[in-house]
Design a protein around this ligand. Structure first.
Ligand code: FES
Ligand code: FES
Length: 163
């Protein structure tokens, strides 16, 4: 089946069985390797992407269900030359060790800040609750999300528009 959808703002097509996982389509068909495979069972969060702005587990999401939808992966956040404030904050806080969990966490953090620009610590914890970090970098990750939220609010104050 030829499935057409948008990935990080670009129209893409994948010719594969409708039941192919979105994760396999992204990694093996489109070469977007930032989204990772961990458990394959919605238990770790490292495969998280946004589908129409909502966090979704790419490991269990079937390709056929994203036809004509907007998918965002970690590659759509920023570039090395123009980091997204979340990426900047994770670097500044050194939030992570091996980094395996981070692409999924960045995606859930983006969804959180899009709907709540001023989250409490409890809000951040709730938004990231579905993510495992086996390196135990949780405290730095929480600080990084709060730092990014503050940076985005400051940017909005200066420019008068959302970052
Ligand atoms: S690989 Fe999808 S939740 Fe673990
Ligand atoms: S930084 Fe290694 S799993 Fe989170």
């Amino acid at each position: 089946m030829d499935v057409a959808f948008t990935v990080n703002g670009e129209a893409r097509r994948v010719d594969a069985a409708e039941s192919t996982s979105l994760l396999e389509a992204l990694r093996n068909h489109l070469g977007l390797m930032g989204t990772r495979y961990g458990c394959g069972q919605e238990q770790c969060g490292c495969c998280m992407v946004l589908v129409d702005g909502q966090p979704a587990y790419a490991c269990t999401r079937e390709l056929g269900t994203v036809a004509d939808r907007q998918v965002m992966t970690v590659e759509g956040l920023g570039t090395p030359a123009k980091l997204h404030p979340l990426q900047r904050a994770f670097l500044d806080e050194q939030a992570g060790q091996c980094g395996y969990c981070l692409s999924g966490i960045l995606i859930s953090a983006k969804a959180l800040l899009d709907r709540n620009p001023n989250p409490s610590r409890a809000d951040v914890i709730a938004a990231l609750d579905k993510h495992l970090c086996r390196c135990g970098a949780h405290q730095r990750i929480l600080r990084a999300v709060e730092r990014a939220a503050a940076a985005l609010r400051a940017q909005e104050t200066m420019t008068g528009r959302p970052a």
